[in-house]
Design a protein around this ligand. Sequence first.
Ligand SMILES: [Zn+2]
Length: 482
Amino acid sequence: MSNYEAVIGLEVHVELKTQTKIFCGCSTEFGSEPNTNVCPVCLGLPGSTIVLNKSVLEYAAKAGLALNCDISLLSKFNRKHYFYPDMPKALQISQLEIPIAIGGHLDIEVEGESKRINIHHIHMEEDAGKLTHQGDTISSALSSLVDYNRSGVPLIEIVSAPDIRSGEEAKAYLEKLKNTLEYTDVSDLRMEQGSLRCDANVSIRPVGSKEFNTKTEIKNLNSFRAVQRAIEYEIERQIEVVEEGGQVLPETRTWDESKGITVAMRVKDEPDYRGMVEPDLPPIEVTPEWVEEIRATLPELPDVKKNRFIMEHGLPAYDAEVITSSRKLAEFYEKTVALGQDAKVVSNWIMGEFLRLLNANNLEITEVKITPEYLAKLLSLVEKGTISGKIGKKVFAEMFEEGKDPEVIIKEKGLVQISDEGQLKQVIQEVMADNPKSVEDYLGGQKKAMGFLVGQVMKATKGQANPGLVNKLLQEALEELA
Ligand SMILES: [Zn+2]
């Protein structure tokens, strides 16, 4: 890599979660029976007339503003002609000349350093139908099935500037992009359902060069991890080609996840889309006031929220970064803090137990039953000493699964912390009688024997003894023997 640098641009397609399609009233619902959400418009039947769905324009502008773009007060739709069965009218309506949003940016962090990735533009377009090839690969398939439910689902395509230099930066950019768009609520952003898709353009050049060399386009990237790996592989492949005196061809390549390689699909000849202004739609005109109205609907975005958590709540930068990495997580945290809990304590529980259980069970935050109210209540119980922190974790796990009131769980399971001095003194006497060697060690100056004895008391009480009190009482009991 030393003599070369990579030049990478990402094209990200995001399906907007409007109720209906971009130019007709058909439902956009994912997973319906094939070819049931269709009409003459999205089937491209002759004579059908189209109207732009106003929500699509609003969602696209909202996404543009969240990504620091300028909104075009006048933009246009174009026809992009191509012949492929996923688009029955043999053209796609897109924005080729004047897109809805231009010139944004996102700041990413890689290896502790901040870097700005510019966004060239965002345009609106209609999605195509979905082809399913009946065979292992497209070339060996004997037939293909086509589902037009997806045809006409609104998309925005977010085109980055070629500012990305590594697979790691590409992944960081995608994570930040997804994170920011999640806050705007314009899309489901589900890569596995295809509502977030990414193609990567990759080329290499000698370090210091400003030229753009022939690039390849990588498709079939199904996860952020795949994007990173595919780019890293492709950079190495192109360097090898050039070092061996060859030429990088302008190919479309596909990522083979199981083999960990990119494979050439076809050489890209610059396609002639015979682009023309869409004659059935007027230009889209919006006013600066309308843009400001859309801006006013934006929630607090992750970077701003993160800084506020640092400045107002006194959270460490790392905590603030993790908690704002999901809007729903940030809201959960903030609601719990608003109920009077200490910010850092809440952050510790969310970053510890909460995220651990979410990841272990592969769940989204919306799928769990625990509420900020119950977490706040649990933290109060730990603070008051009703239960120990260790028991608190057990209760938390139960709340996470069952969504029950922590007080109910503690009562049902008899988990209340033992703070009764008489009861604890008795256990301590038993533990000391059972472990004379440790008692002797302690009295002989080996202070660490104390930890062992405390541990035994906790074990005897199934973790329910108040640890502070156990320490105090045990110390007293040992000193009496000295
Ligand atoms: Zn339709």
